[in-house]
Design a protein. Structure first.
Length: 248
């Protein structure tokens, strides 16, 4: 016969895959698809858990919704407008809080709680003169309220009128209660801003001695290179500690 027999052991024609390569390719594609499917399933589970599960409302959100409903039901309710404003303030929504608290004060100019939080919100917004005016009105009926004096001191501190801020804090210590931890700490802050380092240290030390666990005073003393009083160094029989706050 004149025809040539096919050569044995010859490789595949150029450009054509072998049977083994076809199997490997199919296996790789199958593995890839399986991985994609697994990732998709996991992603769906994670997405459902973190994005589609209903979030529980915060206490502030619950309070806001409650008092908003009360104010809408009774637009003349001083309590509703006050507590709606307080809830907004505590959530950090200062502008909205000012609006609601101002409404409460319009309804009842003697509403001390509404005035107090309104003054605090004004201070946070840098509206110091408005804060002082609102807060001082409370003192015409409650001259012994240390919380109001601390907020007025904050307003003057914001105005950089440190001397007047200090006078308000000294009034608390001399005429109302000398054992208020936060008042001594605030006094230290003002003195430090006035450049009176030694007096500031003494105020911080007094604050920390009243309550060795009061972190702001301890941190201030450490920052100024001073020793922080240990709990056992506090004299027994000391009066109970009261921390200033937002009047709650």
């Amino acid at each position: 016969m004149t025809g040539e027999a096919p050569e044995t052991g010859r490789g595949p024609e150029p450009g054509l895959p072998s049977q083994g390569r076809e199997v490997s390719l199919r296996t790789g594609v199958a593995i890839f698809l399986a991985v994609v499917l697994a990732v998709a399933v996991a992603g769906s589970a994670i997405g459902y858990r973190f994005f589609w599960t209903p979030r529980q409302p915060s206490q502030a959100d619950v309070a806001i919704a409650r008092w908003q409903a009360e104010a809408e039901k009774d637009p003349k309710s001083i309590v509703a407008w006050t507590e709606w404003g307080v809830a907004l303030y505590e959530k950090g929504q200062r502008q909205e809080a000012i609006e609601k608290l101002s409404r409460a004060v319009q309804l009842e100019p003697r509403a001390a709680r509404a005035r107090y939080y309104l003054g605090a919100a004004y201070i946070d917004e840098g509206r110091y003169d408005e804060a002082i005016k609102v807060l001082k009105e409370i003192l015409t009926r409650d001259i012994n309220n240390p919380l109001v004096f601390t907020q007025i001191a904050r307003a003057y501190e914001g105005k950089k009128d440190y001397q007047t801020a200090l006078q308000n804090l000294d009034y608390i210590i001399e005429f109302i209660d000398p054992s208020l931890t936060e008042v001594h700490y605030q006094r230290g802050e003002v003195l430090e801003k006035m450049g009176k380092r030694a007096e500031a240290i003494e105020a911080y030390r007094k604050s920390a001695s009243l309550d060795p666990e009061y972190k702001p005073a301890a941190d201030a003393l450490r920052r100024l290179g001073q020793k922080v009083p240990r709990p056992e160094e506090v004299l027994p029989g000391a009066p109970p500690v009261f921390h200033g706050g937002t009047g709650k």
